[in-house]
Design a protein around this ligand. Sequence first.
Ligand SMILES: [Ca+2]
Length: 152
Amino acid sequence: MSIPRRSVVVAVLLALVQPLLPVTDAAAAAAPVRITKVFYDPPGQDARDNTHYNLEYVVITNTSAKSQSLTGWTLRDKENHVYRFSAFTLGAHKSVTVRTGKGTANATTRYYNSANYIWNNTGDTATLKTAAGKQVSACGWTTRASIGYKNC
Ligand SMILES: [Ca+2]
């Protein structure tokens, strides 16, 4: 009994495609919640006051149609200045802004409560991790762009 030529072709194609499938699945499943913007160098001089610290911020967006708990998740720079979410849920297609300075947290804005700038103007990386420490998103820059922010 001979194997139909078409079956062989299909089998060969599957063998070629198969190793790629897990990668595709992982990419599709990856990070419905991610860092979408880092405003690391707001306009004007880097004045040393809370108002100016709060002009620095990171936007985290839930790109999925399901709300996601961020409780215990962390945001950090390269020097490990860590912001940790207390009890917090990010709604479907919603964003939350994490500002550098001090302020009162609400559903759309959280605060590092830092008494200094966090995001280096000339290069840095913002990293978002789950409560279990798994990295879900990162956004980096290596030069000081005149616009002062990076969309990711
Ligand atoms: Ca900065």
